[in-house]
Write a protein that binds this ligand. Structure first.
Ligand SMILES: *Cc1c(COP(=O)(O)O)cnc(C)c1O
Length: 396
């Protein structure tokens, strides 16, 4: 049996061993509740949380006080969008976002539309870039909030966040940025970006699942954001509930690791992506690559094998974990809303895949995966779908 080669790191990443070791004591010996600081167990847990808060803040060049821990970027996005609307005195109003946001931004916007809010979904160009001038043009007197992601999770395109931040600042509009894919993959600077709110997730950056954060400018917190839940008053009352101490400690450790190796890791991932792209082009000369050629996340490759049946290809490629460009929900294949917004047609979207190279992938794995992809492509094209063993791969 050959080992699975994991090339789906934009979906989720494995927990780094150093992160896991940092978390371990907080499950048992150090089990205190940071809200109960009248004994040492509680105060030690509280200190661990504050250390992690500083580590997360440092990764985005923010003040620790501006970090609110949540369960992940889905919750952070919902809290940012719904919370800003709840805090607004002029309701319903207008929101500007893009057509290629994650569902965790699109869906709360759709919910608000159903309650009378107006939402503009800006269309990016064919490489996935949202024009900052289009944001400027879309702002009206009713506009309360702009929500644009830092980097797209399906095609990797990086947005002109600094320019969009400038526009929002100049026009007096609140700016939220979903930076779930950016953490650990590109530098984040909340001051330079001019963001009021920014969403993060630990599990996209070698931290545990179920923990994330919402950055909100400390001096605007009370003014622009209302809570969605009420309870024990934790996290300035904006996100109450007992803090997930092990996860928070792991998130902090993951942020510190990511910042430490960012530049070296970025060039290594670019090199691996280039190698994979070379292999794919020789297996499939008419390969179509999605997204921006340079202004893009380093390890992500989104590409289409024209004419290849996506489901058959994934079936043939059992030893390499990748994502399909068209998620099949309950038997009805829907092309990805991101590829559709980029102008990719239904058939091409159905033959598109995302390869997400990460920290633990090696150049050997890329060659082995490329060989397996080559075999799977010829199997699908010839109509023979027997499963081949991966030759020359020892399993480690
Ligand atoms: C993964 C992801 C999310 C959701 O994050 P969770 O922590 O899994 O809830 C939101 N936005 C983007 C861009 C993502 O990649």
């Amino acid at each position: 049996m050959s080992k699975l080669i994991y090339l789906d790191n934009n979906s989720t990443t494995p927990v780094d061993l150093a992160v896991f070791e940092a978390m371990r004591p907080y499950f048992s010996e150090l089990c205190g509740n940071p809200s109960n600081q009248h004994h040492a167990a509680g105060s030690r847990a509280a200190r661990a949380v504050e250390k992690a808060r500083a580590q997360v803040a440092a990764a985005i060049r923010a003040e620790p006080k501006s970090i609110i821990f949540t369960s992940g970027a889905t919750e952070s996005n919902n809290l940012a969008i719904l919370g800003v609307c709840r805090a607004s005195r002029t309701s319903p109003g207008h929101i500007i976002t893009s057509a290629i946001e994650h569902k965790a931004v699109i869906e709360p916007c759709r919910h608000l539309e159903a309650t009378g809010w107006k939402v503009t979904y800006l269309r990016p160009d064919s490489q996935g870039t949202v024009d900052w001038r289009a944001v400027d043009d879309a702002i009206t007197l009713e506009t309360l909030l702009v929500s644009i992601m830092a980097a797209n999770n399906e095609v990797g395109t990086i947005q002109p966040i600094e320019r969009i931040g400038e526009v929002c600042e100049r026009r007096g509009v609140i700016f939220h940025c979903d930076a779930a894919q950016a953490l650990g993959r590109m530098p984040i600077d909340v001051d330079r970006w001019n963001v009021d709110l920014l969403s993060l997730s630990a599990h996209k950056a070698y931290g545990p699942k179920g923990i994330g954060a919402l950055f909100v400018l400390e001096n605007r917190k009370a003014e622009i954001l209302a809570p969605l839940c009420y309870g024990g008053g934790q996290e300035s009352g904006i996100r109450p509930g007992t803090l997930a101490v092990p996860n928070i400690v792991g998130f902090g450790a993951a942020c510190e690791l990511a910042a430490l190796n960012l530049e070296a890791e970025t060039s290594r991932l670019r090199m691996l992506r280039q190698s994979l792209l070379g292999h794919l082009r020789s297996s499939c000369p008419d390969l179509v690559v999605h997204g921006h050629p340079t202004n893009s996340l380093p390890g992500l490759l989104s590409a289409c094998f024209p004419g290849v049946n996506g489901d058959e290809f994934l079936y043939a490629l059992q030893d390499v974990a990748i994502s399909q460009g068209a998620a099949c929900t309950a038997g009805s294949p829907e092309p990805s809303h991101v590829l559709t917004a980029l102008g990719v047609g239904y058939d091409l979207a159905r033959s598109s895949f995302r390869f997400g190279i990460g920290r633990f992938n090696t150049i050997e794995e890329i060659s082995t995966a490329a060989a397996a992809i080559d075999i799977a492509l010829s199997q699908v094209k010839s109509g023979h779908l027997a499963k081949y063993p991966l030759e020359g791969y020892s399993g480690e």
